[in-house]
Design a protein around this ligand. Sequence first.
Ligand SMILES: [Zn+2]
Length: 478
Amino acid sequence: MCRRRRLDGLLLPGLHASQPFPLQRGQLNQSTLNPPTSYFSRSRPFARALLVLVGLMLYGHSCPAANLSGPDTAEAPAPPEPTIPLPLLAQLGAPPDWSQLDTYQRTITIDEFRHLLDHCYARKSVDYQDFIQIWPDRARIRRQSNHSEAGFYDLYFLSDRRKPVTIDRYWKTPWQLPALPANEHRPLLGVHIALDPGHIGGKWANEEQRYYKIGEDTIPVQEGDLTLQTAKLLEKNLVALGARVTLTRRALEPVTHLRPDDLAADARAWLVQRNNLPSEALIKKTAERLFYVSSELRTRAEILNTEIKPDLVLCLHFNASPWRNPYRPAFRSINNLHLLVNGCYSRSEIAEDDTRLEMLQRLLQRTYYYELALADEISKTMADETRLPSMGYDGNSGKSVNDNPYVWARNLLANRKFLCPVVFFEPYCMNHKEVHARIQAGPYRGLREFNGTYRKNIYQEYADGATAGIVNYFRRVR
Ligand SMILES: [Zn+2]
């Protein structure tokens, strides 16, 4: 896989339900104005846009047409240059190319567009109204949320819902899959599934705050290790059922080639823009987060969207309750399960120009219907296998889109940037006593007793629960 690309992005690491926070890159600084040659070869679109902007301003200043008013005005003080604000972008995001929506012109009715926005994508209707206006024949989308002079992108609606439309997307719906041959017992034949083992693990686990150790002589709990172990078992299951499976990582190493030191300037720029005093300690911490969340996930997404191009992605995670000191944590009593589809964008997320475009791309590709149907099926079999209760949100960071208490809509960097249906798994709280004991037991064969119940090893249980739901879904729709 190509490791030369520079990608970046962001997720807040709360314990895991990472949420994009609006960090912007590419502040006007010395390194932006005088980049080394390799700077551009690694594609920093935001910085390039900034340079174009500066160039245009300089050009406007020296352009002969600007001096047509004659010599009388030559000595008058030049009026201040109009200030064009830097676009508001997600952390390490790039200014959006709105022409990417051209392919979706007249492919959605006003009713469906409004329904998807209100029901799933916007946390509340009022959250998008300053940035997306719904007119009878079109949606008027602000090109730059903090600069009204940038105008609107007009997305025209489909006027006749009976008119067949072709929707541009690289993934296949179940109905586009080739028919199964007679006597074919592998229900996933022809389906390409990508597995994204969440986080990095290994020696990076502590830095990415997905590590804790409790008690002497115990195995440390590292989420990135647990997810990779699960992904490999799930891959085995799905391949046996006919699927083609690709993992976004196969090692306990980052996919991005960037490291915190490479991202210090971006971290400093973000902190300055957010009116934070950039102490060295704060810059270091922010740069670390840019590395293990933003850059890592955006790199995986770029590879997935341009090379892997699967029909669906399963993002595998383990949940956790907050722990403070990874070396002196306490067990928590909560242990539950939930699954996420993409949605519930807040006002501040919709205000980010790149996030707004990405949300609309997902809406226009109709990923919602497939994600929800899949998540519904998988939640049943995961609940059966894991015996875990559901977990709820308060409607702010996640919202309910149907009557399934296990399934919630939430906007995360991974389920937004992977441009195909994504089901995001959040079973097991890693710092629950029983989960800890099961992790200590490792990938044993057969069953073992925990609290009076015989259980498969935790990775196999996770993989089998997911597999059964996927099979049920494809058996139903193919
Ligand atoms: Zn996680």
